[in-house]
Design a binder for this molecule. Structure first.
Ligand code: 8IG
Length: 273
């Protein structure tokens, strides 16, 4: 047994991530991981297509993680062998709307970076502004608008976000599936869905997708030097785009229905990252 790590008062979020990565290596028996994936609403059923899990742990087994709060997000982390790559798959995320703070939202991303990951695939379920995106349509995130008004970075560290969502990885995805569309993801704080007026605003601002995650994680990943691929699963048309009210169960159902396509997509993309 190793002794629990104690931290001095001055421990930073990066120190906590180092501790979590060290414990992750012990529990999974994998010294370094290569690519991280975060599975959002609707993506969980795709996990088995990634490859064989060599270990599965609860996020709460690692320092700095708290229990998952949302139906459809189970608090597990899998280590998956996929060809010559070792994947670190988060089956849940901490959302900004949980009120645990921005550092808690990006702790998984920083842990993945500390575990050796050079690239991260951030997936989510979201609302779409284009009526051609029927529920179950995957869309590559080309850029984002962060309406949380927050940053995961503290202090005078001016991180360049010009190519935040790697154009190289997006091009690679379109080689795998030329039908993949792209869009600008707008993160609202949530947990309520947008009003129709807010969805119109998002469109006027240049957005095409609305959701409650991903942007803070992407910023933290870029800060850590990781290459970022973002893929949204449009599970519903955004409020006011269709005349149907939004319903979390329907969101989960759209994910289940799209699961085999998302599994195939991730299974073909990830080995090429
Ligand atoms: I799934 O329409 C899902 N998540 N903000 N709006 C926001 N988040 C979402 C939506 C949506 N659908």
């Amino acid at each position: 047994m190793t002794q629990p790590q104690t931290q001095p008062e001055t421990a930073t979020p990066y120190d906590h991530a180092q501790n979590a990565a060290a414990r992750l290596a012990e529990l999974t028996g994998v010294e370094r991981h290569d690519v991280a994936l975060v599975l959002g609403s609707g993506w969980l059923p795709a996990v088995d297509a990634l490859g064989e899990a060599t270990a599965e742990i609860a996020t709460t087994d690692l320092p700095g993680f708290s229990a998952a709060a949302v139906a459809g997000h189970s608090g597990k982390i899998r280590s998956v062998k996929a060809g010559d790559k070792q994947l670190l798959v988060f089956l849940s995320r901490t959302h900004y709307y949980e009120g645990k703070g921005v550092a808690a939202v990006v702790h998984g991303v920083r842990t993945a970076a500390a575990a050796g990951c050079r690239a991260i695939v951030l997936t989510n379920g979201c609302g779409g502004l284009k009526t051609s995106w029927t529920p179950g349509t995957p869309v590559l995130i080309s850029d984002h608008i962060n309406l949380t008004g927050r940053s995961p970075i503290e202090g005078a560290h001016f991180v360049d976000l010009t190519d935040l969502y790697s154009s190289r990885l997006r091009a690679m995805c379109r080689e795998v599936d030329p039908t993949l569309d792209e869009g600008v993801y707008v993160q609202f704080p949530g947990p309520h869905y947008e009003t129709p007026a807010e969805v119109r605003m998002a469109g006027i601002m240049g957005g095409h997708l609305v959701g409650m995650s991903t942007t803070l994680e992407a910023i933290a990943a870029r800060e850590a030097g990781m290459e970022v691929l973002g893929i949204s699963l449009v599970t519903n048309l955004a409020a006011g785009i269709s005349d149907q009210p939004l319903n979390h169960e329907e969101v989960l159902e759209a994910g289940r229905a799209a699961a085999s396509r998302m599994g195939e997509l991730l299974g073909r993309i990830v080995p090429r990252i």
